[in-house]
Design a protein. Structure first.
Length: 106
């Protein structure tokens, strides 16, 4: 989108003067100024809030309480299973069971 240059702004002001008249122009200019000021204030507030949130999650020291992020690792109380393990049978029986499963033969 092209930006407005001085010529375009001048044309807009002349059209506004013709539409609204000279007595309404100062009031309209004040309202536009207030709206622009309010927009900048809200924009600055949002920028500050976003910066604070990003800083909060960016460094561990900025987190509430200053705690480090816990890392996932092996639990100290968990031990690997000892000895061989037998996987369960697919047909619902036990391994070594001579009984045929559904639709199967022994």
């Amino acid at each position: 989108m092209p930006s407005l240059g001085p010529a375009e702004i001048f044309v807009i002001l002349v059209v506004a003067l013709l539409v609204f008249g000279p007595e309404k122009m100062p009031e309209i200019a004040r309202q536009v100024g207030r709206a622009a000021r309010e927009f900048r204030r809200v924009q600055q507030h949002l920028r500050t809030e976003l910066r604070d949130v990003v800083a909060e999650f960016d460094t561990p020291s900025a987190r509430p309480g200053g705690d480090e992020v816990p890392t996932l690792g092996p639990r100290e109380d968990s031990t690997p299973p000892s000895g061989p393990t037998t996987p369960p049978a697919i047909d619902g029986g036990t391994p070594g069971d001579a009984t045929p499963g559904p639709g199967g033969t022994a």
